[in-house]
Write a protein that binds this ligand. Structure first.
Ligand SMILES: [Zn+2]
Length: 426
């Protein structure tokens, strides 16, 4: 007797199976046609996936678009300036309310694991306090991992170092940084060393905004990989964005990627954001500003797609749908072969979970019973359609349901309703 059986779904690897859930854990993945359960949900013909995972977000800034004004130039630097104005006037309750509203959106889309940076460059640390409360309040349905992020620069901002350490003392999970925003390359490199040493002392993971610029000489990823090896942090460090790599000299990159692979440093490009923020100083040709995704993957480096922003000083769009993120990544990185398209889906599920160090994740017996049913036949169709999430299960409980939303046609001799599904790529 199971608490819940999800019947007949198609798993991302193409198998069809029933999933039996007991006490918040996956208890069986097999033919359960004769088994009994408190509730049975029919997922026949639909894709059942482990939940979506976002390894890069800013939940203290989300849903603040237009407050106190919009980003007129559309650049990263105006966004940082605008955020600086906003954080002087933000109230803790507002931050919490916006974050919780975003978590509702995420839950309805099957996005159940999120790594959010939280700004530590404010002496009051109200963002940190608010997101620590949010982490607790959503714990039954979203695993929220927080990164202490000195947005204004560890050395550029006079109190950033002490406030970042205070945030870690308060219970923030991961050490962040922003070396390319320091005043000099030397200060940037020093900040990477200092922050990696803090992580090593405390046994924490590291995730830095790194080289988010079109300047090919921004090479802080080299220092990050070097310090990862020196301090024995292999497998616990990620470099987010890495957009300068797009513009780097090919010979230099041929030396850099093996260093990253040896150090087991993961990469988190954020395609929705990087395609709009980067290249703003170019005329034509205009660079895409996305890091070298396929080249890193070919070297065995873990690369996961991150979302970064939804309706904030840097980005006016977004819903929290990781399929939008993967869809943009697929286009910008030209990942269009069937294997590459499937990999894009894997990046917003399994690869991101690995980067975040989530141990009880996945569709396997003994893992946490969190999953999402999509109105699609397989991962490639899910990317193409970015369809409704028919059912979302978090830690054994159904937390969101959506009815199938077929279009009704009124055309003589044509079908009465359509779902835009197609049997290709099955
Ligand atoms: Zn970011």
């Amino acid at each position: 007797m199971f608490d819940l059986i999800l019947k007949g779904g198609t798993l991302p690897d193409g198998r069809t199976a029933d999933i039996g859930i007991t006490g918040g854990t996956i208890a069986a993945i097999e033919d359960l046609s004769t088994a009994e359960a408190g509730e049975v949900i029919d997922a026949s013909g639909d894709l059942v996936s482990p939940p979506f995972v976002d390894p890069h977000f800013h939940m203290d800034a989300t849903l603040s678009y237009g407050i106190p004004r919009i980003n007129a130039s559309g650049t990263l630097l105006e966004g940082i300036g605008l955020w600086g104005e906003l954080k002087q006037v933000m109230q803790p309750d507002e931050i919490k309310a916006r974050a919780l509203e975003y978590c509702d959106w995420a839950a309805s889309l099957g996005l159940l694991c999120i790594r959010s940076h939280v700004d530590t460059c404010h002496d009051s640390l109200i963002g940190v306090e608010a997101l620590l409360e949010v982490r607790k309040e959503v714990a039954d349905y979203i695993d929220l991992q927080l990164v202490a992020f000195p947005q204004d620069g560890l050395y550029r901002d006079p109190t950033a170092l002490q406030n970042t350490i205070r945030a870690l003392d308060m219970g923030v999970d991961v050490v962040g940084g922003i070396p390319h925003f320091e005043r000099t390359m030397a200060d940037g490199a020093r900040s990477v060393t200092a922050l990696c040493e803090i992580a090593a002392e405390r046994g924490l993971m590291v995730d830095m905004h790194c080289d988010e610029t079109d300047d090919p000489h921004s090479r802080h990823i080299e220092t990050l990989a070097y310090e990862t090896q020196r301090l024995g942090l292999q497998g616990r460090v990620a470099g987010s964005h890495l957009t300068s790599m797009h513009s780097m000299d090919n010979y230099y990159v041929s030396k850099l990627l093996p260093l990253m692979a040896e150090a087991e440093v993961a990469a988190i490009p954020n395609p929705l954001i990087n395609i709009v923020l980067q290249g703003r100083h170019d005329t034509y040709p205009k660079r895409r500003g996305l890091t070298r995704v396929k080249e890193m993957q070919a070297m065995g480096i873990d690369v996961g797609w991150g979302q970064d922003c939804v309706m904030d000083p840097w980005y006016s769009m977004g819903t929290g749908d990781m399929l939008d993120v993967a869809f943009m990544g697929l286009h910008v990185a030209q990942m269009t072969s069937p294997d590459e398209m499937r990999r894009c889906f894997d990046m917003v599920t399994n690869v991101n979970a690995r980067i975040m160090g989530l141990e009880d994740y996945g569709l396997r017996v003994g893992a946490k019973a969190s999953m999402v049913v999509l109105d699609a036949g397989n991962p490639i169709e899910a990317l193409r359609l970015r369809p409704d999430r028919l059912c979302v299960i978090a830690k054994g409980k159904v937390i969101s349901r959506q009815s199938r939303n077929d279009a009704r046609l009124d055309l003589p001799g044509r079908p009465a309703s359509i779902r835009r599904r197609h049997s290709a790529h099955s």
